[in-house]
Ligand binder design. Structure first.
Ligand SMILES: *[C@@H]1O[C@H](CO)[C@@H](O)[C@H](O)[C@H]1NC(C)=O
Ligand SMILES: *[C@@H]1O[C@H](CO)[C@@H](O)[C@H](O)[C@H]1NC(C)=O
Ligand SMILES: *[C@@H]1O[C@H](CO)[C@@H](O)[C@H](O)[C@H]1NC(C)=O
Ligand SMILES: *[C@@H]1O[C@H](CO)[C@@H](O)[C@H](O)[C@H]1NC(C)=O
Ligand SMILES: *[C@@H]1O[C@H](CO)[C@@H](O)[C@H](O)[C@H]1NC(C)=O
Ligand SMILES: *[C@@H]1O[C@H](CO)[C@@H](O)[C@H](O)[C@H]1NC(C)=O
Ligand SMILES: *[C@@H]1O[C@H](CO)[C@@H](O)[C@H](O)[C@H]1NC(C)=O
Length: 791
């Protein structure tokens, strides 16, 4: 009988559903315990993933490495010759290698370990009434926007408008303000019944009278613009305007009306397109306005987690089973049950919490502006439009980790725990609709964000056993906003923080943003504690999201040698109040950009002044340009100064092969706490700023060439390649073609941001002193030579 069953499984075209497997298991279990061996399924992402692991620069074949493993010695000095350039990772790690490959080495020697993964089957009440997705690990519903309660049966009313008053018939102004039909499941405004296009968005600038004069443009939030409902083509309307007639110029329409919501394209929102969802629901669900509605048997924020009833043939590559053990004492009276599968994996293993949707999916659903908090949207043909949204890294890392072979469902075995709170969505949406009100928070987005993190902490402490073991030290949180983790609630400060800016608060002790709603000085220490914004011993600064289109990539500006870079120093950005449209606050950029402009400004201020030390080969300007990348690529040195916190200039410089000149004291930039920046960048103390150009002119060509070469070597570690390739794979599966950006990205074979993060985690796994104290007793699969003895 057993043989017949195995034959069944080996039948090529049989889609083995777990309903079937469970039935079979029942029969088999009566006879004996089975060990069914499933061989590797056709990998989907694997082809691309391989690139991330092929980091060994040495000559040795993989066979030799495997043989070498466990034997007496790998001579790391031989395998990975010490960096000759003086640039090296901190703390004397033996992982030291040539600069571009720093951290990569022992990581790639790591051997597989067998991990038992549990597929969960804890059912939810009423199967969430079809209005949510069951988290089968906790047996709790993740309800769609607008629904709540155990079985998602309670209806939530998300108002578009604040309560009305006598002189404010629509309540006080808010971005979600609606003069027609508010969809209260999402707090979005539409034209509504009685119009020709009831599902056409009617955002606030559109639905109300606009008071235009030569200087002002003010939405009059008291008076509804009745013209938007007109059917008379001579009057600028909106809700009844036929797109074709309007494109042909036959009818007028109100110019201020746009199509800001996700899921629609075209001037009149007439083209339905894909919404942005986490991993676009991993091919196992529908993206429902930003929320993944998973197919039966799948769950998780991105539908990437299978259950007992998912077909094995569709299990994702990160969970490819090597062996499935069905225990003989299963209680088959329940429809679902938990099942262990054994999977060969490499450490570090990361458990990703499937948090309730208010920390992720609900923030994507109901965005007032489609470009906010995501790194892509979709065009009329559902092709990917990568956005230049600087805070897009948070979604990128989340998506990459969810699909990573380092992901585990087994919290007992996990080395790290990722807590995915999307603060870029919280902050960019804060105050935009009444349910995201800042009233309780003194108008501070920082305070609202803190509350979300605190709630996420409460959730994981209440629902899971993992936090207490290390007091959260093995947990990872991402704070993507300008100043990073300054306003992390005190409860989570032990954890590792991923940020874009590492203020150690040694010199700049207070909030450094000039944008007051993000200021955190006023948040009480009862909530925030007294921690700094960044602790280089445990946290990590990651690059911000920067993505160039295929045309820029093809130019390969980063390879340009010094001789072809005509500009000595380049900075283009806001230089403060002396300039047209300059930021008025003296605190902006901690005053640094303003001082820079006073000394070296190359375009005139409002008063027509140039910098005191203006020079021909020095460009310091606030005049924006379409050739920004070309100008970076034409410069030897490029300025990295703060904005309201980080400003992405390190990324700009490195990506175009320009040597970064960093002026911001006590603040770590991407990777700076794991990579010695000497011989990669020039760091100048703030008080030396007036001397900057003299200092740069004093650097000889040998040194410049060395630094430039080093910048090129770390360049790809500033790209979110993994996330881009995952998207390319999805699009290829859907449309069967390669976009040009994908072709260009496939040419980039070095370690990217995600791989670097994994390598840093690997390094921490073996070097974090606290792990010894908690009696860590696991097989790491790592050669002893790679483990630093920190006794
Ligand atoms: C590989 O090793 C051989 C000697 O063992 C050496 O001659 C050759 O240059 C090496 N190749 C590379 C790419 O390092
Ligand atoms: C993992 O399991 C496989 C299959 O049972 C076995 O062949 C292999 O030796 C195991 N590996 C380790 C490191 O235990
Ligand atoms: C338009 O704005 C101007 C200046 O704010 C104000 O004087 C005028 O009363 C406004 N008109 C209407 C119709 O609201
Ligand atoms: C349409 O509006 C124009 C301009 O206000 C007006 O002259 C015309 O009479 C209107 N047409 C109809 C059919 O109401
Ligand atoms: C794009 O996706 C949306 C939503 O899935 C769908 O309605 C639309 O037909 C698609 N458009 C094209 C051109 O495939
Ligand atoms: C975790 O630790 C806290 C504080 O040390 C304690 O109050 C709590 O009961 C612990 N929780 C669990 C589940 O052990
Ligand atoms: C260039 O500068 C470096 C250090 O700044 C120095 O060690 C080196 O000798 C100089 N090279 C030449 C050719 O002057």
């Amino acid at each position: 009988m057993t043989r017949d069953i195995l034959n069944l499984f080996s039948m090529k075209n049989l889609r083995c559903s777990w309903y079937l497997a469970a039935t079979i298991a029942l029969v088999v279990a009566l006879v004996s315990i089975v060990h069914m061996v499933f061989f590797t399924l056709t990998p989907s992402y694997e082809y691309f993933k391989v690139v991330s692991y092929s980091t060994i620069s040495s000559n040795a074949s993989s066979a030799e490495l495997t043989n070498g493993f466990g034997k007496a010695a790998i001579d790391l000095k031989y395998e990975f010759p010490a960096d000759l350039h003086g640039a090296h990772p901190y703390k004397g790690t033996p992982w030291e290698a040539e600069i571009g490959r720093w951290l990569a080495n022992c990581d790639s020697l790591t051997k597989d370990v067998n991990i038992s993964e549990t597929l969960h089957g804890n059912d939810c009440k009423n199967e969430c009434s079809g209005l949510g997705v069951c988290n089968l690990e906790l047996g709790q519903c993740r309800c769609f926007q607008g629904y709540t309660g155990d079985g998602c049966t309670d209806i939530q009313e998300l108002e578009c408008n604040y309560p009305r008053s006598n002189n404010q018939p629509f309540g006080k102004w808010v971005a979600s303000m609606c003069s027609a039909n508010c969809d209260k499941t999402r707090a979005l405004c539409f034209c509504g019944e009685g119009t020709k296009y009831p599902h056409r968005p009617l955002p606030h600038t559109c639905g109300f009278i606009i008071n235009r004069s030569s200087e002002t443009f003010r939405v009059n939030s008291i008076r509804v613009d009745q013209d938007v409902f007109t059917t008379n083509g001579s009057i600028p309307g909106w809700c009844n305007v036929d797109p074709i007639e309007a494109y042909e110029g036959k009818v007028k329409f109100k110019e201020e009306c746009h199509c800001p919501y996700d899921g629609f394209m075209g001037r009149f929102c007439e083209v339905p397109v894909q919404y942005v969802c986490i991993n676009q629901c991993s091919r196992h669900g529908q993206c429902r306005g930003g929320f993944c509605q998973c197919d039966n048997g799948w769950y998780g924020a991105d539908c990437s987690t299978p259950s007992m009833i998912s077909s094995i043939g569709e299990w994702p590559s990160w969970l490819r089973p090597s062996r499935v053990d069905v225990p003989h004492n299963i209680d088959f009276s329940e429809k679902l049950f938990n099942l262990n599968v054994v999977v060969a994996k490499k450490r570090p293993l990361i458990y990703i919490y499937d948090l309730p949707p208010e920390f992720n999916s609900l923030l994507l659903e109901g965005r007032q502006y489609k470009g906010e908090c995501v790194n892509r949207i979709y065009d009329e043909n559902n092709a990917t439009i990568w956005t230049q949204y600087l805070y897009g890294a948070q979604l990128a890392i989340y998506e990459s980790l969810l699909a990573s072979p380092h992901r585990t469902l087994n919290g007992e075995e996990a080395d790290f725990f990722f807590v995915p709170v999307l603060d870029s969505c919280i902050i960019s949406g804060a105050g935009f609709s009444p349910h995201l009100s800042l009233q309780k928070h003194m108008g501070l987005r920082s305070s609202l964000a803190l509350e979300f993190y605190k709630n996420a902490y409460n959730h994981i402490v209440e629902q899971y056993p993992y936090w207490n073991r290390s007091s959260g030290r093995d947990h990872i949180w991402f704070f993507s906003w300008d100043e990073g983790a300054c306003y992390a609630p005190k409860e989570i400060w032990n954890s590792m923080m991923l940020v874009h800016w590492g203020n150690t608060n040694t010199k700049h002790k207070h909030s450094t943003t000039a944008y007051w709603p993000d200021n955190w000085d006023k948040i009480s220490s009862n909530r925030r504690g007294i921690h700094p914004c960044f602790d280089p011993h445990k946290d990590l600064v990651l690059p911000a999201w920067k993505l160039h289109d295929a045309d820029v990539l093809k130019l390969k500006l980063w390879t340009r040698p010094r001789q072809k870079r005509k500009t000595l120093f380049y900075f283009n950005g806001n230089l403060g109040s002396a300039y047209l449209n300059g930021r008025p606050e003296p605190l902006y950029s901690m005053g640094i950009r303003q001082k820079l402009a006073e000394e070296f400004g190359s375009s005139p201020t409002k008063d027509g002044k140039l910098g005191k030390q203006q020079a021909e080969d020095v460009i310091v300007t606030s005049v924006s340009t379409d050739d920004y990348d070309l100008e970076l690529g034409n410069s030897v040195f490029c300025g990295v100064f703060p904005g309201d916190g980080w400003s992405g200039r390190m990324e700009d410089s490195v990506l175009q092969g320009c040597i970064p000149v960093i002026i911001q004291d006590g603040i770590f930039l991407p990777y700076e706490n794991v990579l010695n920046y000497d011989n990669v960048v020039v760091r100048i103390p703030e008080e030396e700023l007036p001397n900057m150009i003299n200092i740069l002119r004093g650097i000889n060509n040998t040194k410049i060439d060395l630094m430039q070469a080093n910048v090129q070597k770390i360049r790809q570690r500033f790209l979110y390649r993994d996330c881009v390739i995952l998207e390319a794979e999805r699009q290829k599966a859907a449309f069967g073609y390669l976009d040009d950006w994908k072709v260009e990205f496939l040419k980039l074979m070095e370690n990217d941001v995600t791989t670097t993060l994994i390598q840093v985690l690997h390094y921490k796994l073996h070097n974090d002193p606290w792990r010894k104290q908690v009696g860590y007793n696991k097989k790491f699969g790592l050669p002893n030579q790679c483990v630093v003895n920190t006794n």
